[in-house]
Ligand binder design. Structure first.
Ligand SMILES: Nc1nc2c(ncn2[C@@H]2O[C@H](COP(=O)(O)OP(=O)(O)OP(=O)(O)O)[C@@H](O)[C@H]2O)c(=O)[nH]1
Ligand SMILES: [Mg+2]
Length: 441
């Protein structure tokens, strides 16, 4: 494998810029320093205060990590240069001249995975740790990086193997009838597997919130006061408010903090089912926002009789986690037949404290969910776990054991588990995962 390099801190004018070189030839970089004499016996994990003398001269801090005790598992050198990008790009020219090549996005972590320093769930946790939008997300990614999901998967694998042992023993000695006790072990373990696996997949929604933050979407037909509500919550005139129906044509997103949790609030285009192409495009976008929302606030205008458009909004949000809010309570209420969760007036502020605390409850409830789980899954892993659950559920439906089918299904589940951890992988899978990393990671 070639020796690779990249800046592992931003390449911008700053106090220092740190550069990492990884590969069997990494230590050759010492030839460009005043400690070149140490090339064969430089001490690992010591910080050398030395001089870089290539096409540029700079006083640097240099650390050597000897394979396999480094991030990538290869020989690694890290150098802190003074933070002028020109210094670093000059040094990079020297590196090129030595035959080193620039690292692809995520290549250091990919090598760490290929060298057995971490499994795929841990490699994915590295990216999540860096991109997480919440403190809880950082907490969780850190646990995942330490191997929380990896060890959970090991446990699950052991249960599969316990079942397979019973099945295979019978296949080897088919003349012996399977004892009831053995059949019980098989079906009890299948039940246990179902619970362990669905506990894991049940964390997906919380995981998404932690990674992307909590998202509240305000929807309703035109003119119900969605933009007014957005402005009220943000305490600023973020969205245009007017009595013309159809004012908001696309969705507007802003961040605010609710009950200590960062929330992204989305004001959407009024859902009017029309021929107007622009408005229709806005509505399509609204429907896609709905899919990603963790809470939907359906805003109705209580001062008007219910209309088909209100009903269609209610239908479109049925089954989602939602609060039905009746606005304009400062006017006479004429809307009936609707069981609203909150009645408010954005204009006068009436009922708003109650509404905000209802939203806060939903947000913090999901927050509590996060802390009850040691492991969480991302969408790639979820796909595999769901396939394994289907397989377990298929087997659970048998009244008696069909040995060949059981053996086949259990082995394919074990293979799927290996794909989650990366024990078996294809180049495509790795490309998909590591392409989302930044350069230098
Ligand atoms: N009386 C009364 N009027 C309100 C209240 N909230 C909003 N309005 C008015 O309702 C009109 C529409 O408000 P917007 O916030 O623009 O409504 P919207 O739902 O964003 O409308 P579109 O963007 O067109 O879908 C404006 O004239 C607001 O001043 C309220 O609580 N009471
Ligand atoms: Mg609006």
């Amino acid at each position: 494998m070639q020796t690779i390099y990249a800046a592992i801190s931003p390449l911008v004018s700053s106090a220092v810029i740190v550069v990492r070189i990884s590969g069997s030839r990494a230590a050759e970089i010492l030839k460009n320093t005043n400690i070149r004499g140490l090339i064969d016996n430089i001490k690992p994990r010591y910080v050398y205060n030395c001089r870089y003398q290539g096409s540029v001269t700079d006083d640097v801090l240099l650390t050597y990590f000897k394979s396999p005790n480094s991030y990538t598992g290869e020989d690694v050198i890290e150098i802190s240069f003074h933070g002028n990008p020109l210094i670093v790009s000059s040094a990079f020219r020297d590196f090129e001249a030595m035959g080193f090549v620039t690292a692809e996005p995520g290549e250091f972590t990919k090598r760490a995975f290929l060298n057995g320093k971490m499994d795929l769930t841990q490699a994915e946790a590295v990216a999540e740790l860096i991109s997480s939008k919440t403190v809880q997300g950082i907490d969780y990614s850190y646990q995942q990086l330490k191997g929380s999901l990896r060890s959970e998967i090991e446990d699950i694998k052991d249960i599969f193997i316990a079942i397979l042992t019973v099945i295979e023993a019978h296949i080897d000695f088919p003349e012996e009838d399977i004892e009831d006790a053995h059949a019980e072990i098989v079906f009890d373990n299948l039940k246990l597997l179902h619970k362990r696996l669905t506990d894991i997949t049940g964390t997906y929604a919380s995981h998404k919130i932690m990674r992307d933050g909590f998202r509240i979407a305000i929807v309703g037909k035109p003119n119900t006061g969605k933009s007014s509500l957005m402005n009220y919550l943000l305490k600023e005139e973020r969205a245009i408010v007017s009595d013309v129906a159809g004012t908001t044509r696309d969705y507007i997103e802003s961040e605010f903090v609710l009950s200590g949790v960062p929330v992204s609030l989305v004001d959407t285009a009024g859902m009017r089912f029309t021929e107007d192409a622009v408005e229709q495009a806005g509505i399509d976008r609204t429907l896609s926002v709905l899919k990603d929302a963790d809470l939907v606030v359906v805003l109705l205008d209580g001062s008007q009789a219910i209309e088909d458009e209100d009903r269609r909004v209610l239908e479109a949000t049925d089954g989602l986690r939602r609060l039905i809010v009746m606005n304009k309570s400062d006017k006479d209420n004429v809307m009936d037949g609707i069981n609203a969760d909150c009645v408010v007036s954005v204009k006068s502020g009436n009922g708003m404290a109650d509404f905000i605390s209802r939203c806060g409850e939903v947000v913090t409830l999901s927050d509590a969910d996060r802390f009850n789980k040691a492991v969480m899954v991302n969408s790639r892993q979820l796909g595999f776990f769901n396939q394994i659950i289907e397989c377990v559920d298929r087997l659970s439906q048998y009244d008696s054991i069909d040995f060949d089918i059981f053996e086949y299904e259990l082995n394919s589940s074990l293979r799927l588990l290996s794909e989650i951890t990366g024990l078996s992988y294809t180049e495509d899978i790795l490309t998909n995962i590591f392409n989302n990393f930044c350069i230098g990671k």
